[in-house]
Design a protein around this ligand. Sequence first.
Ligand SMILES: [Zn+2]
Length: 410
Amino acid sequence: MSTANRLHDAIAELAGFNDDPAAGGITREVYTPTYRAALDRVAVWMREAGLDVRLDAVGNLFGRWAGTDPGAPLVLTGSHVDTTLNAGRYDGVLGVLGAIEAVHMLRSDGVSPRRSLELVAWAGEEPRFGTGCVGSRAAAGHLERADLDRLCDRDGISMAGALRGAGLDPDRLADARIDPATVHALVELHIEQGAVLESGGQSIGVVTAIAAPHDLRLTLRGAATHAGATPMHLRRDALAGAAEAMIELERLVRASPSGTTVGTVGVVRVRPGAINVVPGEVELDVDIRDSDLAARAGVVKALLTAAKELAARRGLELEATPIVEDAPVTCEPRVVEAVEAAALALDLPCRRMASGAYHDAMVMGSRVPIGMIFVPSAGGISHHPDEHTEPENLERGAHVLAGTLARLAE
Ligand SMILES: [Zn+2]
């Protein structure tokens, strides 16, 4: 079968593993029976590509092509096949099925890699349990056994419980660790999820750095008094204070010296939430990202200072609770150069760029040398049923991945 058809057919078939087709998109959360069925299908495709398949203690699926020098540190590539709710069909999936396609390409080109190649479908890249990338975090040694009881999904199911439900043993968490000395390099193929490549007319993005989030919750407490009977000068309105904090966040992010900082309040919880009551308590879930750690830290610090000042001025109590704080990652120059060389060898227009979204490669980048390959996302749309990448760009991504793997495995 031609490359184009095999990759397209596989992506279309995997899209059929879906817990909510009526919503129009794809819902396939990690550790559900639907996810497991999809993973079993991926394992079959891996075996058809001649790979030795194994599942680790947290459900990361690996497929290995032994190199001619099997003791040499290996080259790892992959992404994820779980989705968020009502999502698209390419996020993560391209990096797994595109890697299988890359193996077919290398085999048909008669390549026999010196280093072993290992493909992986990481478990739980999307944050079912509040934190994303749980599979790669386990592999990188960033998860403790206690975290598996602490991390819960929206129905209160812990990650440990979900693992047991999927036939896995949370007490074997340590077995999922990957010894960094055994990995020469990791490269992840992914859709861009932004519109930089499309607007620039390039078909390949060579990722040089991955931005990481610092997430925190700001809780402002005032007094939930009567909206009619409380004159303005006697109010302690938590929502008015939160609004001021949100505008201040936007101002600070725009003024950040790196020029790449982004800041978002994606969740606002207002209590009691009645039209005739002054809001007494508000929670803001704040996400601040940058590939420049110092710039990101500067915005976080300035936001906390501004929030304290406005809380004091408005008679509000302020509480700041940490959610997650990941380190941005700089891609390894030799991986960046291998990706660029592979794209140029195929005469594909490419550009160097930072990734604004985080990926499993960011988590593994704390332990092993990494790089990423991006292909364009139509309109920059992702995590949505309209997520789309042109078929020729999917194939180009797989081709560039194959060329990159061949270079890294020499
Ligand atoms: Zn993804």
